[in-house]
Design a protein around this ligand. Structure first.
Ligand code: FAD
Length: 326
């Protein structure tokens, strides 16, 4: 039986969420095409990672070596291409992350197979890869068909696919270390973590997002109060970051974060497609905007056409009442 192979991505020994999402994408394709789903785990000291992945795939293939402890395109390319040649998966999937963007094109060129990047949907029809990806900076969704080939590579966008757990645990197979390049032209000299606030909007269940309609920096306190009362966090559209009113890790959209909270309240955001791309998968979207034609209402489940400075205080008052607060 053929397989779909997902390349796991690690950060400081932890499996990144995108790996589980890529496995979710792979699971749907594998189920329809009657294929197995395998994860390729490359690195060093992999016990924890291995354990975390076992509930999401049929097989875990492990290539473990000290020299692979740190991502390096040259060593990883050598490992993944050799595993690909031996196993000939129908499809190799990885995240559309800086690692995926670096590695996938190199592999596609070396293996001479088609690559489709940043996919929002993936399908194998009679063994041929079809995918949905965006064009013109996200203005169009376009369904593409890869040329016929023996195997494909695709990268998947973060925050789009849902992880899918399975009943049984994946079988672990250790693979001998493939030949690694003797001399590396690139070496990781150190890792600098970005300055991060303590809050991650990507993992928040409730988000109150503000846009240019908030008017002044000091008015953000109103949205913050609403977020706090709901147990949520504050996020924003790009102009708010450009003005320096909130840090860049609060920006939602194509050049910010992709979020999928249970509740997304948008205050004074027009709904430009670059913003919508980052929040359209939220479970419940409530938009407040005084312009009834604002595009945010196309994705909102509930819309309030009114001034946010009337709506937000009314909401705050009501929640306070319900919570028995003064
Ligand atoms: C390459 C590129 C990448 C980009 N990436 C991103 C991104 O990641 N994220 C992002 O957000 N944007 C991004 N943008 C910018 C995007 O195109 C929009 O300009 C931006 O999203 C608009 O932000 P906004 O909705 O806050 O502001 P505006 O478009 O100015 O909308 C403000 C809205 O507030 C409403 N409003 C005003 N006052 C009130 C009030 N008192 N009560 C209620 N409603 C009110 C108005 O009716 C209006 O609809 C990007 C643009 C480019 C070119």
């Amino acid at each position: 039986m053929g397989e779909i192979l997902v390349l796991a991505e690690l950060r400081q020994g932890e499996v990144r969420e995108i790996t589980f999402e890529a496995l979710g994408a792979g699971r749907n394709v594998a189920a329809k095409a009657g294929l197995k789903l395998s994860t390729l785990l490359v690195g060093y000291n992999l016990e924890r990672a291995e354990d975390g992945l076992a509930d999401y795939c049929d097989n875990i293939l492990i290539v473990e070596d000290e020299r692979l402890g740190q991502y390096n395109s040259e060593t990883y390319q050598a490992v993944v291409s050799q595993v690909f040649r031996e196993r000939r998966p129908a499809l190799l999937l990885m995240g559309h992350t800086s690692m995926g963007m670096d590695l996938a094109p190199r592999l596609a060129v070396e293996l001479g197979i088609p690559l489709v990047t940043d996919c929002l949907e993936i399908e194998l029809v009679d063994g041929r890869l079809y995918a949905v990806r965006q064009m013109y900076g996200g203005k169009l969704n376009c369904r593409v068909r890869a040329r016929e080939a023996e195997g494909y590579i695709a990268t998947v966008r973060q925050g789009i696919f849902k992880p899918v757990k399975i009943e049984s645990r994946g079988l672990v197979t250790r693979i001998g270390i493939p030949v690694l390049p003797r001399e590396l032209r690139r070496r990781v000299k150190g890792v600098t973590a970005p300055v991060k606030s303590e809050i991650s909007i990507e993992s928040a269940d409730i988000i109150v997002a503000v846009g240019r309609g908030i008017g002044e920096k000091s008015n953000i306190a109103l949205a913050e109060e609403l977020a706090n009362l709901l147990g949520g966090v504050i996020a924003c559209s790009r102009p708010i970051v450009d003005k320096g009113w909130l840090p860049s890790d609060r920006q939602v959209g194509s050049s910010g974060k992709t979020v999928k909270p249970k509740l997304y309240i948008s205050l004074g955001i027009s709904g430009a497609f670059q913003h919508v791309m980052g929040m359209m998968n939220s479970q419940l979207i409530i938009a407040v905007n005084k312009d009834r034609n604002a595009p945010i209402f196309n994705v909102a489940h509930y819309g309030v056409v009114d001034d946010l400075f009337k709506v937000a205080p009314a909401l705050i008052k009501k929640i306070r009442e319900l919570k028995g607060l003064r």
